[in-house]
Ligand binder design. Structure first.
Ligand SMILES: *Cc1c(COP(=O)(O)O)cnc(C)c1O
Length: 393
């Protein structure tokens, strides 16, 4: 009898041969700008904790208090087992931040996208998404059964053409986009995209995973940054990045949110957010309001990091705290990441198939300080030109 799992060995070989194989690092110590990896203390450029809140004592205290009061688990789906006032309070805080009528929290941002997209479109509909959209947007579109179109990254002329050619074939159309593209760091041209959508009577879902807490005068996200607050659209995001917790959300009209509570399987058939995660996220949103200086410090740090990286690497265009050094090959990316790591700098090598071309992806935090940047500068200065790929340029 042949082993039905024998295909796994050659499949893994193929992944290794392409230098695509990934493993997970064990991190010790509290979340922050310096962590311990493999027994070595490293400056952390690998985290989405943009405001440095994941290790903040006030979030930790809120999580502990909620756990003490309510226990560790939510014990079931909110529709069957009920929820806590905490869940409602968090949803209200998100709606206040986004200035929408309502919001609903999911157990992750990934589940929020799957649930929202599969609920608002179906087999009679069309979805048009940016090619560089996050996996959860793409999987949500697939799951919905709608006809899916991808347009080249950021190409709104191509999007217009798609709508022109195909809008009439469908009952409803949904345009999906990241607001900050997670592996490149550039922004979606939100006002232009909304104008095109209105022209073709298409819905818009914007994923603010890397925007919330980071952009806009109040930290509401890229929609606020571009002055588009109040326009009718579906805003999705995560509680796990700048908000330092875990979970996802959808914000929008009261009707949309009520509909999702009744039609989003990834909300209906899954356990509610834990009391600890809920309370921590709520505390983080309170801090967005009371400590705007964190955002200011973050943007200052982004400028500092750009000045250090630019002389050594071609950077991808970025309007965010995600700075990507473009490299020639997966092998070069791995080699450079290893050299930086020896110097105490932790930055991930992002390779195909996640992205089309290999890169080092630096994620800047408000809690990085002058010493951390000094170390980054020193270590990059000590790299050989060959490692940086300058010879091939
Ligand atoms: C991280 C991310 C998500 C998923 O959020 P989680 O809460 O981690 O599941 C969704 N969309 C984008 C653009 C992301 O970067």
């Amino acid at each position: 009898m042949a082993d039905p799992y024998a295909w796994l060995t050659p499949a893994l070989h193929t992944i290794h041969r392409a230098q695509w194989h990934r493993t997970v690092e064990a991190v010790a110590g509290k979340a922050g700008p310096v962590v311990e990896v493999g027994g070595q203390s490293v400056v952390n450029f690998a985290s989405n904790d943009y405001l440095g809140l994941a290790g903040d004592g006030r979030l930790i205290a809120a999580a502990i208090a909620a756990t003490t009061a309510y226990g560790t688990g939510s014990t079931g789906s909110r529709l069957t087992s009920g929820h806590r006032q905490l869940h409602r309070d968090l949803e209200q805080a998100i709606a206040d931040l986004k200035q929408t009528e309502a919001a609903i929290v999911f157990s992750s941002g990934y589940l929020a996208n799957l649930g929202a997209i599969a609920a608002v479109v179906g087999p009679r509909d069309g979805v048009m998404g940016d090619r560089y959209n996050h996996s959860s947007l793409k999987m949500g579109a697939k799951l919905s059964g709608a006809t899916v179109y991808e347009f080249p990254h950021g190409d709104l002329t191509a999007l217009t053409q798609l709508l022109q050619n195909h809008r009439h074939q469908y009952r409803r159309c949904l345009i999906t986009t990241d607001s900050v593209f997670s592996m490149d760091g550039d922004l979606c041209a939100v006002p232009e995209l909304l104008a095109i959508a209105a022209q073709y009577e298409a819905m818009v879902l914007i994923d603010e995973a890397h925007g919330t807490g980071v952009f806009g005068p109040r930290g509401a996200g890229v929609v606020e940054h571009f002055g588009c607050t109040g326009q009718s659209l579906i805003q999705v995001g995560t509680l796990s990045k700048a908000l330092g917790s875990l979970g996802g959300y959808v914000a929008g009209s009261a009707e949309l949110i009520d509909f999702l509570r009744n039609r989003a399987p990834s909300w209906i058939y899954t356990t509610g957010l834990s009391p600890a995660d809920t309370a921590a996220a709520q505390e983080a949103i309170a801090l967005l309001h009371s400590e705007p200086q964190r955002r200011a410090q973050l943007w200052h740090n982004v400028d500092t990091a750009k000045q250090i990286l630019r002389p050594s690497f071609p950077l991808l265009p970025s309007g965010s705290p995600i700075l990507c050094a473009q490299l020639h090959s997966p092998a070069q990316a791995l080699d450079l990441a290893a050299q930086l790591r020896q110097g105490g700098i932790w930055v991930p090598a992002i390779r195909p198939p996640t992205v089309p071309t290999s890169r080092l992806r630096f994620s800047i935090m408000a809690s990085h300080d002058a010493n951390h940047f000094q170390q980054l500068k020193q270590v990059i200065g000590s790299l050989s030109p060959r490692a940086k790929g300058k010879e091939q340029c």
